[in-house]
Design a protein around this ligand. Structure first.
Ligand code: ZN
Length: 146
């Protein structure tokens, strides 16, 4: 461990429901009350119709790797001990325009590819704070774990 402090997400008025759901092990997205489009990241206005009204909706937590990079040093000091490490951009199953960045674990480097089916899991970062992460949906693809 490098000893460097990892920066943690700071929930605000727009993102607090997302982080509260994550702390319960749920992936939740804003859903526009007018056009019903899901959106991410959380924000006050629907990018499709301009409505300021939204609800929160749990989604499956499944998707496919749309793209990825492997981060090599130099990286932020808190991540130095992890490098090199992959970061994936996941296209969620509910909408191909709904994409989330995150880490991927339990995935051998030679199996990581665009189109890999993945499932969310939640990394506990501290009291009431969990970060969505990804791992291969197919257990046979994983390095270890359930
Ligand atoms: Zn809308």
């Amino acid at each position: 461990m490098s000893g460097a402090e990892r920066l943690l997400p700071l929930p605000d008025v727009d993102t607090a429901p997302f982080w509260a759901a994550a702390s319960r092990g749920e992936l939740s997205m804003q859903s526009c009350s007018v056009c019903h489009r899901l959106r991410f990241p959380p924000r006050p206005m629907c990018p499709s119709c301009g409505s300021l009204d939204a609800l929160w909706e749990s989604v499956s937590g499944r998707g496919t790797v749309w793209s990825y990079v492997v981060c090599y040093p130099p990286v932020l000091p808190a991540f130095a001990d992890r490098a090199p490490y992959p970061v994936v951009l996941v296209e969620l199953a509910e909408d191909p325009m709904l994409r989330m960045l995150g880490g991927i674990s339990d995935c051998p480097p030679d199996r990581l590819c665009i189109g890999l089916p993945v499932q969310v899991w939640f990394e506990q970062l501290g009291e009431g704070l969990s970060l969505p992460q990804w791992r291969p949906l197919d257990p046979a693809t994983r390095l270890s774990g359930p």
